[in-house]
Design a protein around this ligand. Structure first.
Ligand code: APR
Ligand code: PHB
Length: 393
């Protein structure tokens, strides 16, 4: 079997790349280790930057996003018992964020893939990549008990943080990372959101976040130790802690309801440099991880894919490799800006086990400055809605 682009992984990065390439007349095969239901139902973050929403619209996969997604033109920062509104759209010339579950993005892209008739194979095992320094790299894998070999012009490693493509880059790559001394306990609750905007809370007992998925579903998080056992938390104990951290002096608090899903996620920052070797190119979580504060992971994946898709299509159109050669630098420039912002939001809003009273005073002062200076708030807003991207293919 041969294809132009062999894509490993059918998360948001792999599916979006497949669709983008299809729109530009480039053939691909997507190989995914898990089954369709697993990929479709994973609960992840749910905030799209303006450019990610625009890109989906531009690629013809934005109809349901615009019907069911929630456009948010502001966000709250809450500390010392008070919520402060950050008017995102007003500060950024009309840009906003879209609250739309990542699993909904994945569903839309899976449907789009099916309608193109191009191959997407689930439950492939033992995928491995070979000959990445040759013009004919190869992916070997097992499907339905049979060994398969797919030759490609290019391989896209969209297989997430635990995938096999990053290790295949070889010894010339460097990794930069930071792990955080906390994680997030997250729940989906059957309760109508009690605020029209997200609320990021700094509290003595630690960070908390109010978000939502739909007019009936609230999504909430709070900071816990990184190795916290979710089974230690009864639903009652979770609600008690949520309310304790989130309730503000004016009486605002989340609505309580049955918990539909709960889990603990560890947090890290991670970057691979460069993001390619030979004809193997990484995109999304395979190359970099950001902590979820700011919800940038999916958006960064979309940026990678836009530039990788464009570079590959340009190669087929013109025979030129300049965009492919620039890909890693272009993606890394954005990745580092996003790392900086996600790290900054994380360290501003969380309690650290080794902090002293100076640190918490400084954090409160940081938040006070942020919510009283138009310049500081504008900087937050332009990063939160996403730095500008040209989405023309
Ligand atoms: N072979 C085939 N598929 C694999 C393999 C493998 N060896 N290893 C991993 N995969 C698949 C996973 O099962 C998963 O479906 O690759 C996919 C990677 O998807 P994600 O982890 O969602 O990563 P990505 O597509 O880069 O998405 C980035 O989504 O996961 C969030 O936090 C992430 O928001 C970020 C965005
Ligand atoms: C979410 O809704 O899941 C969410 C929102 C904002 C974040 C992280 C996650 O910063």
């Amino acid at each position: 079997m041969h294809t132009q682009v062999g894509i490993v992984g059918a998360g948001p990065a792999g599916l979006l790349l497949g669709h983008l390439l299809h729109r530009m007349g480039v053939d691909s095969v997507i190989l995914e280790a898990r089954d369709r239901e697993h990929v479709m139902n994973r609960v992840r973050a749910g905030v799209l930057e303006q450019f990610t929403a625009d890109l989906m619209t531009h690629l013809g996969v934005g109809a349901r996003l615009h019907r069911e997604g929630l456009r948010h033109e502001s966000v709250y920062l809450s500390f010392a018992g008070r919520r402060h509104l950050v008017p995102l759209a007003e500060l950024t010339g009309g840009k906003a964020i879209y609250v739309y579950g990542q699993n909904e993005v994945v569903k839309d892209l899976m449907e789009a893939r099916i309608s193109t008739g191009r191959p997407l194979h689930y439950e492939v095992q033992n995928a491995s990549v070979h000959h990445i320094d040759s013009p004919r790299p190869v992916i070997r894998y097992t499907a339905n008990g049979r060994q398969q070999e797919l030759t490609c012009d290019f391989i896209a490693g969209c297989d997430g943080f635990h995938g096999i493509c990053r290790p295949a880059l070889g010894d010339a790559v460097r990794f930069y990372d930071r792990t955080y001394p906390f994680g997030w306990l997250g729940i989906l609750a059957e309760a109508p959101p009690s605020s029209e905007a997200l609320v990021y809370t700094y509290h003595d007992r630690g960070f908390a976040l109010f978000s939502m998925r739909s007019p009936n579903i609230t999504r909430l998080y709070f900071q816990v130790p990184p190795d916290e056992d979710i089974d230690r938390w009864s639903d009652d104990a979770i609600w008690q802690e949520m309310l304790r951290r989130m309730t503000t002096c004016d009486g605002w608090k989340p609505n309580v309801g049955p918990i539909l899903n709960k889990n603990v996620t560890a947090m890290r920052s991670f970057v691979t440099e460069p993001m390619c070797a030979g004809r193997l190119y990484l995109a999304g979580d395979a190359a970099h991880i950001v902590p979820p504060t700011g919800a940038k992971g999916l958006n960064l994946a979309a940026f990678d894919v836009l530039h990788l898709g464009r570079a590959i299509a340009a190669f087929y159109r013109t025979g030129k490799t300049d965009l492919l050669r620039q890909y890693s630098d272009t993606a890394l420039e954005r990745a580092w800006k996003t790392q900086r912002f996600s790290w900054w939001m994380t360290q501003t809003l969380h309690r650290f086990p080794d902090e002293n009273p100076f640190d918490s005073k400084r954090q409160l002062s940081d938040l006070g400055y942020l919510t009283s200076s138009k310049a500081a708030m504008t900087s937050l807003a332009e990063n939160y809605v996403g730095l500008p991207v040209d989405i023309e293919l």
